[in-house]
Design a protein around this ligand. Structure first.
Ligand SMILES: Cc1cc2nc3c(=O)[nH]c(=O)nc-3n(C[C@H](O)[C@H](O)[C@H](O)COP(=O)(O)OP(=O)(O)OC[C@H]3O[C@@H](n4cnc5c(N)ncnc54)[C@H](O)[C@@H]3O)c2cc1C
Length: 393
């Protein structure tokens, strides 16, 4: 008999690790299978804005202590256009705030909780395949250190990101995919310099979008709109800083510079795969959907999925009630599409769109919309309500 568990989780990103932690709280056994090493997953630089729902999930998982010590609470954000700053006050408009805390720190905290509890986390596994997902006895096969392994389970959670194997295990004729690749990307840097603004600055500029963000009081994270296949070699440190200074420029603002410690180009995509369940396989996070990062939603959406999935599995194991499992895909997708809408809207609003015809008209319409968003209480509330996070359902 192969080893068995209740839930086999593929992927130790935020979705997989959080699902494992929430299931453990309900006494549900899981095994997490991850292709990469612990060092790799704990140092992968990605998102950094947490909604309240994500903060609550970290607390529920017993992993929130360091986040509360080191996270930076942000009660608003700045929209900058025409060289002027306009603050959106999240707290006043919604009563809520967000927290700045790096995704890789969140991953570190969740890995630490799992290892302290002695729950299985199989790292550096290879050749993961899913079998029997349309039966009541699915199983996952994989190799570790060259040796074949098999894991029997009740359910499989596909938390293995956009390029994972889980989504591909669903027959193509049962899956509907919606996608759009944007004609631009983000050149992102991490720099050892104190953030030049206490809150994030989203800048709309004739030369393209720029974002000033941060990871801690001494580390800045900044982005420039660029081509999706931008050649990083063409960007010296001086060129990056001077372009950021131009696009983020305002009368009352000086951009502090410092050593750049990491740089990358990220293409931008909107993507949704429906349904998020097939038989005994449940997709969660980037395995099922991708948003452009402008709304700071990718990580939060992944956590929202697994909060619902953990609740559904707890109802199944605790009361024999499969209602929530049956509703999982529909419940998630209702929220996913709203978050996709918000992320696409923020992207459309703030980026330079060069494709003729109508590029100049589009540019002026953006400025009018930015003016509206920053001068209408109703429009500012709409932005704030989406930014701090929509209810789980
Ligand atoms: C470069 C980059 C920058 C980003 N910046 C932002 C941002 O600023 N703001 C924002 O909100 N979002 C951002 N995102 C998106 C956000 O980071 C993701 O939405 C989030 O990581 C989703 O979590 P996940 O657990 O679903 O997937 P992932 O974090 O992708 O985790 C999936 C895990 O599965 C593992 N895996 C993959 N295939 C297999 C396999 N076959 N077998 C076993 N394991 C496997 C992977 O190694 C990985 O550890 C960014 C994403 C990228 C790529």
């Amino acid at each position: 008999m192969p080893p068995r568990t209740q839930v086999a989780i593929i992927g130790a990103g935020p979705a997989g690790l959080m699902l494992g932690a929430l299931l453990a709280r309900h006494g549900i056994a899981s095994v997490i299978l991850e292709a990469r090493s612990r060092t790799y997953i704990e140092h992968r630089i990605r998102a950094g804005v947490l909604e309240q729902g994500t903060i609550d999930a970290m607390d529920e998982a017993g992993a929130g202590a360091r986040m509360h010590q080191q996270g930076l609470v942000h009660e608003g954000t700045i929209l900058r256009f025409g060289g002027r700053s306009h603050r959106i006050d999240f707290r006043a408009l919604t009563g809520k705030a967000v927290m700045i805390y790096s995704q890789h720190e969140l991953v570190r905290d969740l890995v630490a909780v799992r290892i302290a509890a002695g729950d299985p986390l199989e790292l550096e596994v290879e050749d993961v395949t899913l079998d029997g997902i349309e039966t009541r006895k699915p199983c996952v096969r994989f190799r570790r250190a060259g040796q074949p392994h098999e894991l029997a389970c009740d359910f499989i959670a596909g938390c293995d990101g956009f390029h994972g194997v889980s989504r591909a295990a669903i027959p193509a004729d049962r899956l509907r995919v919606f996608e759009h690749d944007y004609p631009f990307g983000w050149l992102g840097i991490l720099a050892d310099v104190a953030p030049s603004s206490p809150e994030l600055v989203y800048a709309h500029h004739d030369r393209g979008f720029a974002l000033l963000s941060m990871r801690s009081p001494s580390v800045s994270r900044l982005y420039l709109q660029c081509a999706p296949d931008e050649d990083l070699a063409a960007w010296s440190d001086d060129r990056i800083w001077s372009e950021l200074a131009i696009r983020l420029g305002a009368d009352d603002f000086t951009l502090a510079t410092g050593p750049i410690t990491q740089r990358s180009v990220t293409p931008m995509r909107s993507f949704v795969a429906e349904p998020m369940r097939h038989g005994r396989l449940f997709l969660a996070g980037d395995a099922a959907h991708i948003v452009p990062p402008t709304g700071a939603k990718g990580l939060n959406l992944a956590i929202a999925d697994v909060r619902l999935l953990a609740e559904a599995l707890a109802a199944f194991y605790g009361r024999g009630d499969a209602t929530l499992l049956d509703a999982y895909s529909e419940l998630c997708l209702r929220r996913v599409w709203k978050v996709e809408r918000f992320s696409a809207w923020m992207t459309q609003l703030l980026h330079r769109h060069d494709a003729p015809p109508g590029a100049e008209l589009g540019h002026r319409l953006q400025l009018a919309e930015l003016d509206y968003v920053t001068s209408s209480h109703a429009a500012a509330t709409t932005l704030a309500e989406n930014y701090v996070g929509l209810p789980l359902r």
